[in-house]
Design a protein around this ligand. Structure first.
Ligand SMILES: Nc1ncnc2c1ncn2[C@@H]1O[C@H](COP(=O)(O)OP(=O)(O)OP(=O)(O)O)[C@@H](O)[C@H]1O
Length: 585
């Protein structure tokens, strides 16, 4: 597919979300028509008024015409307000649908994609671009469609009244339209550039705010702010450039229209002097000529929004066109629905798609249902990468990961998410109630079940201390705070509720007080009872109850065996690691 046709298809797929229903569209058409026609009816009344006043008509007659004029003006404004209201409603409905699709799509993309794009950038793309599109939809209906219709109406009427002035106006509009179309091409890249700089700024800001603790602790605040200042400055200049072009276009139209109006006025005066038209008709022509100016001004004003929207639509389309690199199985196979799951990692090699550097080589591990494995090794040795493959966040580049006898590439993705559960060390607490934090927004089971799980993991007293029990809002600016230990226990409670057959645990490396550590260890033991488990251990002491140990170094398994055998052999790496760490065997 060529880039142009690809762009056209992604754009039309974005616009499909914005299309209103037939009834809403019909009401909108009527309202836009009224917004156009009503102002067109006013100048003939002015012409009548002037001619009848010169002809000596009664005051009553003139007041009636004036009242008619006033009614038309009010009705025109009401129609415009109605169109604005309808267009805003439709734009919000459409863009909310688009936001929903985009957010769902973005959440489903590979971890590799999210690794390359910061959350701030994603927010700007899911929301900022969509807002630009929504604003344009409203402006398009109000200013562009209604404006062009008004322009056409004016031309038809002026032609009917005086073909010479009509001809002049037509030539003038064609020239002005052509000049604007040319100018528009000039402005598109600068608007797209301004939006891209904006997204980069927000991406950086989000990252700095997320890492505020680290930045402050390391005294890097000044440098972080300096980088933000640079990003803000680039954004400012990009906006400045795009604004300068917009202002230049606007100023150009003002000058051109002032000259055009002067010529039209001269033509009307000449027509009246030569007796071809009445004074009233000259006023009428002058009014219509003035009317042309407003839609043209609005059109050029919309040009910038149009460019922002066009850039937004293109970027939204590009995001929607990003496909998962993890292929969906053609014939998805279910995983065993209950009980602990067997795990076998067979000759696995792996490189992250971004840099292609080999991080795992020939990794072979196996766990019978219900067995637990401790992964140990230096930082950067590849433990987390193995865990990611077991969770099918990536596919291995060589070999296979089988769970319950099924290659994860062939397994039903829904079953993988249901039966394999991750407990990570960075526990995300959402600004939501305890219930949603436990179920991750799934429909919750009965409160009794949630309370039992919290008591089981040792959070009974914590729950009792919360002001609104399960309804208490956690996290966020106004929510109840959660300590690191409580967050870990909440993560374990989540895993209990999900009731998986295989648990992959990245043990918390942050320091916890000994009492909390013991509570967590007890909960982990309970969680792993009757389940298969893979634990990335940062403290060797917490591996006292695992069945097997794999020592990873440089992406390879350098030692693998049953824990009791490795502990009993003083020459084993694991035994030496225990001795070095001062942990009793
Ligand atoms: N998303 C990623 N993209 C590219 N390379 C990555 C990515 N994540 C990790 N790596 C690289 O893969 C290698 C293994 O990292 P991994 O996180 O698996 O090690 P680890 O043993 O879990 O380390 P730690 O104990 O510090 O968590 C490292 O060289 C790391 O730089």
């Amino acid at each position: 597919m060529t880039t142009t046709t690809h762009r056209a298809t992604t754009r039309s797929s974005v616009l499909r979300h914005l299309r209103p229903g037939p009834r809403a569209a019909a009401v909108l058409v009527v309202s836009v028509a009224a917004t156009t026609v009503l102002p067109l009816l006013a100048p003939p009344l002015t012409a009548h008024f002037v001619d009848d006043a010169i002809g000596g008509a009664s005051t009553r007659h003139l007041v009636l015409i004036a009242a008619g004029y006033l009614t038309l003006a009010v009705a025109g404004q009401v129609a415009r307000m109605l169109t604005a209201w309808l267009a805003t409603g439709l734009a919000w409905d459409g863009t909310n649908r688009l936001r929903e699709t985009l957010a769902g799509h973005a959440l489903g993309l590979d971890m590799a994609y999210h690794g390359r794009h910061t959350p701030g950038e994603m927010i700007e793309r899911v929301d900022g671009d969509v807002v630009a599109v929504a604003e344009f939809v409203v402006a398009f209906l109000l200013d562009v469609v209604a404006g062009v219709l008004l322009l056409a109406g004016v031309l038809v009427i002026v032609f009917a009244v005086d073909p010479r002035i009509g001809g002049f106006l037509l030539v003038y509009c064609v020239l002005a339209g052509y000049a604007m179309a040319r100018a528009q091409r000039l402005a598109v890249p600068s608007a797209a550039g301004a939006r891209a700089e904006g997204a980069a700024f927000f991406g950086g800001l989000e990252e700095r705010l997320a890492g505020a603790e680290d930045i402050r602790a390391n005294g890097a605040g000044e440098h972080a702010v300096h980088r933000l200042y640079q990003a803000g400055s680039a954004w400012y200049w990009a906006n400045h450039r795009s604004g300068r072009i917009g202002v230049g276009l606007l100023a150009g139209t003002w000058v051109a229209f002032a000259a055009g109006t002067a010529v039209a006025l001269g033509l009307a005066a000449w027509g009246q002097r030569s007796g071809a038209i009445t004074v009233g008709t000259a006023v009428l022509l002058f009014q219509y000529t003035l009317m042309v100016r407003a839609p043209f001004e609005r059109l050029i004003d919309q040009l910038r929004q149009y460019q922002a929207a066009l850039a937004g639509i293109t970027r939204i389309g590009d995001l929607l066109a990003v496909r998962r690199t993890l292929p969906a199985p053609a014939d998805p196979r279910p995983l065993p629905a209950t009980g602990p799951l067997e795990l076998s990692v067979e000759g696995v090699g792996f490189a992250y798609p971004d840099d292609g550097e080999q991080v795992l080589s020939d990794v072979t591990l196996s766990l019978a249902p219900g067995e637990t494995l401790g992964l140990v090794g230096r930082t950067g040795s590849g433990k987390t990468s193995i865990a990611r493959l077991v969770l099918r966040l990536y596919d291995p580049t060589e070999g296979a990961v089988r769970v319950g006898g099924v290659d994860l590439r062939d397994a039903d993705p829904g079953a993988v998410r249901r039966r394999i559960c991750a407990v990570t060390q960075d526990v995300q607490i959402f600004a939501a109630g305890v219930r949603d934090n436990l179920t991750l927004f799934r429909p919750p089971p009965a409160d009794r079940v949630l309370r039992d799980v919290l008591v089981d993991v040792g959070l009974g007293d914590w729950l009792a201390s919360l002001p609104d029990g399960l309804d208490t809002v956690l996290g966020g600016a106004s929510g109840s705070g959660v300590s690191a230990g409580e967050a870990q226990l909440l993560a374990l409670a989540r895993a209990f509720l999900a009731d998986p057959g295989l648990v992959v645990m990245d043990e918390a490396s942050s320091r916890l007080d000994p009492a909390t550590e013991r509570r967590i260890e007890r909960s982990v033991d309970r969680l792993l009872t009757g389940r298969t488990g893979v634990i990335i251990a940062h403290r060797l002491s917490s591996l006292s109850r695992v069945d097997k140990i794999a020592v990873i170094d440089g992406g390879r398994v350098v030692e693998y065996g049953r824990r009791e055998d490795l502990v009993a052999d003083p020459t084993s790496r694991f035994a030496r690691m225990l001795d070095l760490a001062g942990v009793s065997r």
